[in-house]
Design a protein around this ligand. Structure first.
Ligand code: ADP
Ligand code: MG
Length: 259
């Protein structure tokens, strides 16, 4: 990698606007994420956090501005100096660079853990079963669940299911991982194991955008914290600044709930 490539953001979001009918949900979001960076997004319910993640993954189309991932504008491709809107095939190919983990794990109940993980690599990406299985077993080891390969989701705890969902998202070898409140649906005693898996991924250099209310995780694992409110980025910076010494009254009010 050249110095120039290292310095290039993996994600560039500029002036991102998104409305649902009359409701303006994102009001001009600017955010760069560097390769290997872990960005935690905090903010009250309804502030637009999920919508922003969904726009990065093109699950929602934006109304103004642009989002680039890995040098490509989401939803568009440069052709002979002209930006052309992508077909669903093109969008699918962009999505392959992005893994997403949701609050609800959404594992296929009728498939084993291993089948859940190899499904997209084989079915969508055309990997051989052997290569996909080897990779899946490596990923299960990484999330501490090697011995559960042949179990069904219902035989696992919520925390284990979410770790499988993380392994499944990693199986397409994404350059970027998006997490939308990955521990919010878990019983409190199961939150720790999922956060610890995410902390390991962060240490291994994965680029991650994480929406969470886990302030402790943000403090330890984030390179940068973004506080969103009302469709705007209100404050952004190092965790020790944004969490430790918030400047904006709205950030202060939000964080006061966690004291
Ligand atoms: P957060 O994740 O921060 O809680 P969301 O991005 O889910 O916030 O939602 C932001 C606002 O957008 C909310 O007012 C929500 O009701 C609205 N919203 C989200 N998705 C849709 C949709 N598909 N149609 C209409 N309104 C939506
Ligand atoms: Mg949300």
């Amino acid at each position: 990698m050249t110095a120039a490539e290292i310095a290039k953001p993996l994600v560039r979001a500029r002036n991102v606007h998104k409305s649902f009918d009359q409701l303006e949900v994102l009001k001009g979001i600017d955010l760069d994420v560097m390769p290997g960076e872990v960005v935690v997004v905090l903010g009250p319910s309804g502030s637009g956090k999920s919508t922003f993640l969904r726009c990065i993954n093109h699950l929602e189309a934006i109304n103004r501005g642009f989002i680039e991932v890995d040098g490509e504008q989401i939803g568009y491709r440069l052709r002979k100096d002209r930006l052309e809107k992508l077909s669903s095939n093109g969008i699918a190919s962009q999505r392959r660079k992005i893994g997403m983990v949701f609050q609800q794990f959404n594992l296929y109940p009728h498939m084993t853990v291993l089948q859940n993980i190899v499904e997209a690599p084989i079915g969508v990406h055309g990997e051989s079963r052997k290569a996909a299985t080897e990779n899946a077993m490596r990923l299960l080891e990484r999330v501490g669940l090697s011995e559960k390969a042949d179990s069904y989701p219902r035989q696992l705890s919520g925390g284990q299911q979410q770790r499988v969902a993380i392994a499944r998202a990693l199986a397409i070898k994404p350059k970027l991982m998006l997490f939308d409140e990955p521990t919010s649906a878990l019983d409190p005693e199961l939150v720790g194991e999922v956060l610890s898996t995410m902390r390991d991924l962060a240490k291994q250099g994965l680029t991650m955008i994480v929406v969470t209310h886990e302030i402790g995780f943000a403090r330890e694992a984030a390179d940068r914290v973004v506080f969103m409110d009302g469709g705007n980025v209100v404050e952004m910076g190092k965790p020790e600044d944004v969490i430790g010494n918030p400047q904006h009254p709205r950030t202060q009010a939000f964080l006061a709930r966690f004291l």
